[in-house]
Ligand binder design. Structure first.
Ligand SMILES: [Zn+2]
Length: 149
């Protein structure tokens, strides 16, 4: 409601300027002002009557900007579905068992309590056409990970 009152006040001010100083207002200012009013009304409409839609937009923007590039939850992976099916699944633990507690690239042994410090790495990088799912992931030690970057 406040923003509506603000719009009315701005319109009144514009009208007064137009009325008392007609020589200072060029014709194109009317178009600018009209555009401003229309855009303002559209934004106001979306914020008040389509708040759910706006919330979704801002939520998407927020989530996308906070998501690391090449994260495992990238939109085309099957990770969401997988985690729905296996809510307690810890991908690092499983990969560590699969690899016999050895680093994927240097084959050094890893300690069980260190598994969470190890990093996920694509076996075939995405930019070389590797699929974005679990079968293409390996667990590597931090040294190997930073060497391969
Ligand atoms: Zn390694």
């Amino acid at each position: 409601m406040n923003s509506l009152i603000f719009l009315v006040v701005v319109c009144i001010i514009y009208y007064c300027i137009n009325h008392y100083f007609p020589d200072k207002i060029e014709e194109r200012y009317h178009y600018y002002f009209g555009g401003f009013v229309i855009v303002y009304c559209i934004i106001l409409y979306f914020l008040t009557f389509e708040s759910e839609f706006m919330f979704k937009i801002f939520k998407n923007v927020y989530e996308t900007s906070n998501q690391p590039l090449y994260s495992f939850n990238a939109s085309q992976s099957n990770a969401d579905f997988f985690y729905q099916q296996n809510p307690n699944h810890n991908i690092k633990d499983n990969l560590a068992i699969q690899q016999g507690y050895r680093c994927q690239s240097c084959n050094n042994l890893m300690m069980k309590q260190d598994v969470n410090n190890y990093l996920l790495k694509y076996k075939t990088p995405l930019q070389h056409g590797g699929p974005n799912d679990i079968s293409n992931l390996g667990l590597v030690c931090p040294t190997c990970f930073s060497f391969s970057q």
